[in-house]
Design a protein around this ligand. Sequence first.
Ligand SMILES: *Cc1c(COP(=O)(O)O)cnc(C)c1O
Length: 464
Amino acid sequence: MSEQSPFRQLPSVDRLLQAPAVRPLLVEHGRVRIVEAIRQVLDQAREAIRAGQPPPSQEALLATLEERLSRESLRWLQPVINATGVIIHTNLGRAPLSPAARQAIAAVAQGYSNLEYDLVAGRRGGRGYGVERLLTQITGAEAALAVNNNASAVLLALTVLAAGRAVVISRGQLVEIGGRFRIPDVMAQSGARLVEVGTTNRTHLDDYRRALEVHEDVALLLRAHRSNFRIIGFTTEPPLEALARLAHERGLWLMDDLGSGALLETERFGLAHEPTVQESIAAGADIVCFSGDKLLGGPQAGLIVGRKPLLDRIRRHPLARAVRMDKIALAGLQATLEHYLRGEAVEQVPVWRMIATPADEVRRRAQRWVRRLRRAGLPVQVIAGCSTVGGGSLPGETLPTWLVALALPSPDAVAARLRRHHPPIIARIEEERLVLDPRTVLPEQERTLLEGMVEAATGERMRG
Ligand SMILES: *Cc1c(COP(=O)(O)O)cnc(C)c1O
């Protein structure tokens, strides 16, 4: 036996497949994935043998297999509990949806719908009617169109309205939103030519005027919202009204990429002012683009509102077909917008409910959590902290909150264990402490979170 090549001591794929410990894994993951994982585990073992290590036991191989499969399944899309206090967390799926939006999605997903069917006439109809009606009613715009996301909304609008012509924008607004969305790149992709005016910190109306004298092929003026950073100090920019007036005097359009697209006033909740869609329309912007899943609090979508003749042109362009919304998101968006029309968005749309939750209420929740975690013997306390809105809105602004802080010897290890919980729990580490912000934890997730916390922290202590 000892003479035998160490490679031959490794079990075959079939042998491992038949091991009793693999049976439940087969049920959970399916044969294709298990066979692939076994091959990888065996390859890895051969590599180790070549490097001079002894062949692993079958037990060790099975343990590696399980670890590999569980790591792999963590990469699959699944719900997580967001205890970070970042309300619109782009990495965590942005806006959680209202119960009505979830129900609308389930109902439309379950069977057939009148997606493109006119129930009055009994024949083919357009899609997105409800969403478009709601958007015009809420924002005061003449017309609206919903597409896949705001990146495609901006690309589509620029392609239709400005391809082969120039677009004037302030140097202070040549922004990168993240995820490789950069205004100059999107502009290039649309076929529009970028004309930058002013400086990073100061742009005057005269800068725009001068550009219009020099460049004869300007299609529109563009304003892009600085969603994720602030310029402070010696700064100036003309108000939107002035830009709209200038554009219209020259027979041009003003387009506003608002990004987060607030439909409610953020000042009501002690935050700085985030530009609203209604304001842009009232100021005379002809095209306004914004996201469905940022401050609007709905599913992923890109919304374009503005002048009817422009929207009619945009709607007819082949690119509009390429970036159209699917029925699932459309159903969720329609239900979310209805909350605004009914004046119940603050209560019903989770993003706004989280923003509106008073610090005292968060504190009471934190205190409840602390009592529960102390009973399990964990070293926890309630401390003051900050939540942020996130999602490309209100950069640098915070909401006062109360955090549950755990002083543990290895907060990173506990955070890692929390991420492997079912469902995964995402916490924050601050000054060597693991902290949980109740503001972004949905009430129905509270129990799971606390159980997971106890498990992760005591597990870690027992190991340590
Ligand atoms: C977020 C954002 C976008 C991109 O919107 P998505 O919905 O993420 O595609 C574009 N422009 C601005 C100003 C933004 O803030």
